[in-house]
Design a protein around this ligand. Structure first.
Ligand SMILES: CC(C)(COP(=O)(O)OP(=O)(O)OC[C@H]1O[C@@H](n2cnc3c(N)ncnc32)[C@H](O)[C@@H]1OP(=O)(O)O)[C@@H](O)C(=O)NCCC(=O)NCCS
Length: 173
């Protein structure tokens, strides 16, 4: 059975590990081999240690667990952008547990949190343009691509990324 709970400070290493594994499986080519294989672990451990030990007041993070192991997570920042609303950064589900509704349930939990804060709240995220599978998932959940831009905020390569938005979060619940 999969259960869901808010993340706590003790989860940072397990989340970082899942995050890196997911990047290695899904982002190779967009992120360099050098970054994925030698730098990503330290980079993600730093990010998650900081996020979970010193959470921003507008941050919330959910994990999915199966048999005591974290198999998915979603992290979001309320009212991050004046036009697009809450930023979802990031959503990942362990490869072996994909396709079982965990991603959809994490998105539902995020949407509930946004609407609790603001009944008219909006949600957005950035996804790599080449991440066809995640794009299809977001489309299935009612998100739409409102712009594609170049960026190099993570790693050592420039990537093309799409901003996926939801203006009506009730669709996610
Ligand atoms: C994208 C991701 C989060 C989806 O999570 P998931 O648990 O596998 O997805 P779910 O099982 O909840 O699927 C929900 C719905 O989306 C659909 N869906 C999921 N993946 C899909 C795909 N690749 N193509 C088409 N539809 C898809 C499912 O069929 C399901 O539809 P239904 O409920 O109407 O039957 C997960 O596959 C993942 O972690 N991918 C790798 C990391 C990643 O790319 N994260 C996004 C970063 S921006």
């Amino acid at each position: 059975m999969v259960t869901y709970r808010q993340a706590n400070a003790g989860d940072y290493l397990e989340i970082a590990k899942l995050h890196v594994k997911s990047w290695q499986q899904n982002y190779r080519g967009d992120f360099s081999d050098h970054f994925l294989d030698t730098e990503a672990t330290a980079e993600r451990e730093g990010v998650w240690q900081n996020r979970l030990n010193n959470p921003m007041p507008n941050q919330f993070c959910w994990v999915a667990e199966q048999e005591g192991e974290i198999c998915g997570f979603a992290c979001a920042f309320l009212e991050d952008d004046a036009e697009h609303g809450t930023l979802l950064d990031n959503l990942h589900v362990l490869g072996t547990t994909k396709g079982k509704g965990i991603g959809r349930q994490l998105m539902r939990l995020v949407a509930q949190e946004v609407l609790k804060n603001d009944p008219g709240g909006k949600l957005y995220l950035w996804v790599l343009k080449n991440n066809i599978s995640a794009m299809a998932f977001y489309e299935r959940l009612g998100g739409f691509n409102c712009e594609t831009v170049a960026g190099n905020d993570i790693g050592d390569k420039e990537v093309r990324k799409c901003r996926i938005v939801w203006n009506n979060l009730k669709k996610l619940i």
